[in-house]
Write a protein that binds this ligand. Structure first.
Ligand SMILES: [Zn+2]
Length: 425
């Protein structure tokens, strides 16, 4: 055990009023309970949560017995914010915003307990790769991970985290990042899949001499990690990559184990699905601003009774289909998921990344290739496949033009240029 590391995190808890160290200790044990025990625990936590929250929260009291079949959308939260505070909770609350990728951002309220859980979940994912509290960590991310005010600076320093901006990464930035990551004996990298992949591609091309001998592993988050990116990253850094997925407002925290399974912490969230397969989650650790059957905008399957060789009893998330903001809507209002393009381009090794821009009449596919050529037959093949599924007046493929970047530097696979306000047109 790393005493100094423990001390760093105890200091954070003391300064921020959180309880990260104790929550992490609890999760470390809890994860190895058998799946039946954990399923019962999740069910009981949910029951208790409803019993405490419904009578003390105006919005749910008004709904009465309809709570069990209700769906809480961002729109409803925006219109009913005042009625969503529970009178049961008397401690400090914090306003939090979620990304505005589907239009107006959402403001909700969180607690020290929920924040502690979020961080403990992230640390648990790092520990699957041998991370110990206090190890040097590199954050490669945009605004949603690497806030830059004084409070966050102190927090990151105590955590022993250095942030590296993923925003408009050029070769010169990457060169200096790599030097600093190697020299500071960084033990773990944590950040956006596409940004880390960009760095990995630079390493693979440049044949530089960094050994990253201190690096234990890389945890990718906030975006879907494609097999191609995972391979690139593992080859470049010669360590394992684990995926992590969190939907903080929903209390969802999932992490990949050594056997490639994404376990989610079911004691903290209760996940159900609507008829279209959208995940509805109840965040069981936020008792200030209860969100019951919250529409996450994510689609995936869950497997309750896992028997993973890692011996963790937490259920797993499978077939993650990304977010509802990754949807293309054609002129007849037919909806197509960005996964369609993933599948379409998957087997072409020259395509490194794609982005689809569309409005009411035109769809443009931006392809990042390892060269400047896309054979005409190939382009026509792609266009025909797209035309077979969607209807626009006009279609185009652009090769190696820069992608549009969101303010938080996450890669966007699909952008609706007629409604999207987070990206300058
Ligand atoms: Zn496992």
């Amino acid at each position: 055990m790393n005493i100094l590391g423990q001390f760093r995190f105890r200091a954070i808890d003391l300064l921020r009023g959180t309880n990260i160290v104790e929550t992490l200790k609890k999760l470390r044990k809890e994860q190895y309970l058998d799946s039946q025990t954990l399923a019962n625990l999740s069910r009981n936590n949910y029951k208790e949560f409803l019993a405490q929250m419904i009578p003390t929260t105006q919005y749910y009291t008004n709904l009465g017995s309809k709570v069990a079949s209700s769906v809480l959308t961002k729109e409803i939260i925006r219109k009913n914010t005042a009625a969503l505070f529970s009178k049961w909770f008397s401690h400090k609350k914090y306003a939090k915003g979620t990304g505005g990728s589907t239009g107006a951002p959402l403001v909700y309220y969180t607690t020290n307990e929920a924040q502690s859980f979020m961080w403990a979940g992230i640390l648990l994912s790092w520990e699957t790769l041998g991370y110990q509290l206090g190890d040097k960590v590199a954050f490669v991310a945009g605004t949603s991970l690497g806030k830059n005010d004084i409070k966050h600076k102190v927090f990151h320093q105590l955590m022993n985290v250095t942030t590296y901006s993923a925003y408009q990464l050029n070769d010169h930035d990457i060169e200096s990042y790599l030097y600093r990551i190697d020299k500071s004996k960084t033990k773990l990298m944590y950040g956006y899949a596409t940004a880390i992949n960009r760095i990995a591609e630079f390493i693979l091309k440049s044949q530089n001499t960094y050994s990253f001998s201190h690096l234990k592993g890389i945890v990718s988050t906030a975006e879907i990690l494609s097999d191609k990116h995972r391979n690139n990253i593992e080859q470049a850094f010669k360590v394992k990559v684990h995926n992590q997925y969190g939907c903080n407002e929903a209390g969802i925290s999932a992490f990949e184990c050594d056997f490639g399974n994404m376990h989610y912490i079911n004691s903290a969230t209760r996940i159900e699905f609507d008829n279209d397969g959208n995940a509805l989650a109840t965040n069981l650790v936020n008792k200030a601003f209860p969100m019951i059957r919250y529409f996450t905008g994510d689609k995936f399957d869950i497997v309750e009774n896992v028997s993973c060789p890692c011996k963790r009893g937490y259920p797993t998330i499978e077939n993650f289909m990304g977010r509802t903001c990754d949807l293309v809507i054609d002129k007849r209002n037919k909806v197509m998921h960005s996964a369609f393009f993933n599948v379409l381009f998957r087997d072409n090794k020259h395509i490194e990344q794609f982005q689809v821009l569309f409005n009411d009449h035109k769809l443009t596919v931006y392809l990042q290739l390892d060269s400047n050529d896309l054979p005409k037959e190939m382009a026509n093949y792609y266009l025909d496949a797209i035309k077979g599924k969607m209807e626009f007046d006009d279609y185009a493929i652009e090769i190696n033009a820069p992608f549009l970047e969101a303010e938080n530097a996450k890669h966007r696979y699909v952008i609706n240029t007629s409604t999207d306000t987070s990206i300058p047109a």
